[in-house]
Design a protein around this ligand. Structure first.
Ligand code: SF4
Length: 443
């Protein structure tokens, strides 16, 4: 039997594209290889949002030369955001047989067949609607109970630092009926929690059906007990979405709402489209309507011209909003973006100092929030073994990672867990009981 190996860099959207590529290959009779050395087809799904994953992908691709030399029949394919924008940067690797863009993965079977005979480069740049382009493809799921469903792709906003509008094209939403159909198929396969994914998911709009409407539609699917959505953009995050979160039992109280900066001057330079005050207002509305909500966000420090005073505005936004989790990145210029023409004038050491300070604040907030969970009983959906493989892990409704002792039979089940230990990044606990269905219990 032929084997495939996929290496994915970047966001959940890339992970979901890779799951679909794996789904296509599985339907063709391939099975998953444990390592690139064992595979007949190696696929690298790249990310170009930041310099780090970009460089990691290049080094991974470079290392595949050895395998190609030892097993010349192995097909090496590179797809995703990097070739979508810069084919040349991949073509220089002579051992790569197939180069494809973000719009081409659904034809991976045909592309691989062609690549057996000649080098293939296929990078489409199309504005065709999503449903004409992505047929319903069953994903190859690593996780038995949690699945991603991409509902919106692309972005029209052109933040000055971001390459996504150049690699993922303009914003397009998937027809709601197709989303529901995909969620039903996942539920039939035992999935209990779905994550609706979009570059800016809260701008989801298909001929007037918006994200709140979609949440109601997806919540009707039997077997699905939890719904999450990500990533939200502060401009698209509306009262209607917040009310849907408040009113639909299945929608989990967790929002990833990246502020990026707390300085109005920097937000304008980033072309984010909102002010610090508007961001805070949305968070306050959310916390008022959904008091149990957990909030996470992304931050960029050291954006061109960012002063200490600008950075302090970011710290003050964080102090006001109080986050459960935050991801901080030092600014790095990306090719083709407007910000890459700005002078990258914040010294590396100062960027790093700001990163540390912001991370420390976020860590303290997370620590304090998590400490309040000590002794409480949490509903957890058990997703699998923790990375060290000795304990099980799962998530609460508000997306807190919980690890605990237990056996394999609990994977895919809901359990009540008493929290016995906390840290800024995860909770530890012990299983009290297995719960048949969270919704059935709530009547
Ligand atoms: S909203 Fe801005 S950061 Fe987000 S994908 Fe679009 S351009 Fe990039």
């Amino acid at each position: 039997m032929k084997k495939f190996y996929i290496k994915t860099f970047g966001c959940q959207m890339n992970v979901n594209d890779s799951e679909k590529i794996a789904g296509i290959l599985r339907d063709l009779g391939y099975e998953k290889a444990g390592s690139p050395e064992e595979a007949d087809v190696i696929i690298v799904n790249t990310c170009s949002v930041r310099a780090k994953p970009d460089n990691k992908a290049y080094s991974f691709i470079g290392n595949l030369k050895r395998i190609k030399k030892e097993k010349p029949d192995t097909i090496i394919a590179v797809g995703g955001c990097v070739p979508q924008k810069e084919k040349k940067s991949i073509l220089r690797f002579e051992h790569v047989d197939l180069v494809f863009g973000t719009f081409n993965f659904m034809k991976i079977d045909e592309l691989i067949e062609r690549a057996r005979k000649e080098r293939v480069v296929e990078v489409l740049n199309s504005k065709i609607r999503e449903e004409d382009r992505v047929p319903l493809i069953d994903s190859y799921l690593e996780n038995v109970c949690v699945a991603y469903v991409t509902v919106q792709r692309g972005c029209n906003r052109f933040c000055t630092y971001c390459i996504v509008p150049f690699t993922r094209g303009r914003e397009r939403s998937v027809k709601p009926e197709l989303v529901v159909q995909e969620v039903k198929r996942l539920a039939e396969r035992g999935v209990k929690e779905v994550h609706l994914l979009g570059q800016n998911v809260d701008f989801y709009n298909y001929e007037g059906t918006d994200l709140a409407d979609l949440l109601y539609m997806v919540s009707e699917v039997e077997g699905i007990e939890r719904i999450r959505f990500t990533t939200s953009h502060p401009c698209g995050f509306s009262r209607k979405i917040v009310e849907a979160m408040r009113d639909i039992e299945k929608v989990c109280p967790y929002v990833h709402l990246p502020p990026q900066s707390g300085s109005n001057r920097i937000l304008e330079k980033m072309n984010r489209g909102y002010t610090k005050e508007e961001y805070i207002e949305k968070v306050m509305m959310l916390k008022e309507e959904v008091p149990e909500v957990a909030l996470s966000g992304d931050f960029i420090v050291g954006f061109p011209t960012e002063t200490v005073e600008d950075f302090e505005e970011t710290l003050s936004l964080v102090e006001t909003c109080v986050f459960d989790q935050g991801f901080v990145f030092e600014y790095s210029p990306r090719p083709f973006t407007k910000a890459s023409t700005f002078k990258d004038d914040v010294p590396k050491e100062e960027k790093n100092r700001r990163l540390q300070e912001l991370q420390n604040l976020l860590k303290t907030q997370a620590e304090e929030k998590n400490r309040k969970r000590l002794g409480k009983v949490e509903e957890v959906l058990v997703e699998g073994w923790s990375p060290k493989g000795k304990e099980l892990s799962g998530r609460t409704r508000d997306n807190k990672l919980v690890v605990f002792d237990g056996d394999e039979s609990l994977i895919g089940e809901f359990v009540d867990i008493e929290i016995t230990e906390t840290s800024p990044f995860f909770l530890k606990g012990k299983v009290l009981e297995r719960v048949e269905s969270i919704l059935a219990r709530k009547g």
